[in-house]
Design a protein around this ligand. Sequence first.
Ligand code: B12
Ligand code: SF4
Ligand code: SF4
Length: 283
Amino acid sequence: MNEPIEQTIREIDGTMAIEGMPLTEEDKTRMRDLLSGKQTIDDLIGQLNEKHIGEVETMPKPKTDLTSELVKEYALNAGAAVVGIAAASDFGAAPEGYKPTDALEGCVSVIVLGAPIPRESVLKENMVGFIDIRSALNKDLKAAAQQVAKQIKVAGYQSRAIGGMDGKWVDGSTRGPISLKHAAELAGLGVIGKNYLLTNPEHGNLLWFSAVLTDAPLTPDPKLALDFCGGCNLCIEACPGHALDTPSIAKKACDHTVFKQVDKKWEIICFECRKVCPYRFGI
Ligand code: B12
Ligand code: SF4
Ligand code: SF4
C-alpha cells in the first residue's frame, strides 16, 4: 500500500462526502491505478465512454423515433401492396361518430394499407366464389394492420387496427368505424371516382383496405390531384341497381343488388361498377 496515494484518496473522499457523493470502492480503485501510473487517463476515459454509451443504447427509445418511413416499412413487410398516411384532422367532412378521433381518442394519424384482388376475378362472368377471395383478402389486411399497430405500441404510442369488416350493425348493414375509401383518398392512395370506388394509379379500382389509427404525429402524404372521370358515365349507366345515380352511393340499392344467396351461401354477384371502368386496372 502506498501511503501518500491513500492519503490523497482519503482527502478526496472527505471532500466528496461533504458534497453527498462519497467515493465508491470502484472509484478508489480507479484513482489508485491512475495515481500509481498503472492506467493512463486516456484509457480510463475510453473505458467510461464504452460503459455509459452502452447504457444509453439500452435506454427506452424516445417517442420521436417513429417516422412515416419506418411505419410504411412495417406495413409493406406485413403484406400491404400500398400504404399511405392521412392526417386525422382532415376528416372534418366525416359524420359525427365516424371520425378517427371517435375510434381512437387522441388519434393524429391514419395509416391506410391496401392490397388488390386478382385482375381475373373482375373479368369472371360467374361471380360465385368471389366472396371467398374478398374475405381472405380482408382477413390478411386486418392481420397486417394488427401487426403494424403492435409495432407502433412497442414504440410507445397508442394504436388501433381497423379491418374492412369491422363495425356496428346500423340501419340494416355494417357501418365501419371510419370510411376506409375516404381514408385512402386522404392518404394519397388515389381518388374516388363516379363509381364511388377509390381508384389508384397503379392498381385501378381493385384495392381493398384496412387502417391503423395512432396518436403518433406522422407526416401525411400529399393527396393526388387526378380527375380521371371527366365526361364518362359508364359505371352509372351500367349499375343494375341504379345505386350510382346520386353523387355518392345509394347504399340500400347496391345492397339489394350486390348480394345473392347461392346454395345457402351469400355471394357477391355484382361487380359492374368496377368492371366497366376504363381505369379498373390503373390510370
Ligand atoms: C357496408 C359496406 C358496403 C355496403 C353498404 C351497405 C349499407 N346499407 O350501408 C354495400 C353493399 C353498399 C357495399 C358495396 C360495395 N362495397 Co363496400 N363497404 C362497406 C364497408 C364495410 C362499410 C362502409 C362504412 O360503413 N363506412 C363508414 C361510414 C361512416 O362511411 P359511409 O357511410 O360509407 O360514408 C358516407 C358518409 O359518411 C361520408 N363520409 C364518411 N366518412 C367520410 C370521410 C370524408 C373525409 C368524407 C369527405 C366523407 C365521408 O361519405 C359517405 C356519404 O354518404 C366498407 C369498409 C369501410 N369501413 O369503409 C366497405 C368498402 C367501402 N366497400 C368496398 C367495396 C369494394 C364494395 C363493392 C365493390 C363490393 C363488390 N361488389 O365487390 C361494392 C361497391 C359499392 C360502390 N360502388 O361503392 C371497399 C371499397 C374499396 C375501394 N377501392 O373503394 C371497402 C372500403 C371495403 C374494403 N375493405 O376495402 N359496401
Ligand atoms: S356493386 Fe353493382 S349494384 Fe353495387 S354500385 Fe356497383 S354496379 Fe351498382
Ligand atoms: S367508369 Fe367512367 S365515370 Fe365511372 S369511375 Fe370509371 S371513369 Fe369514372
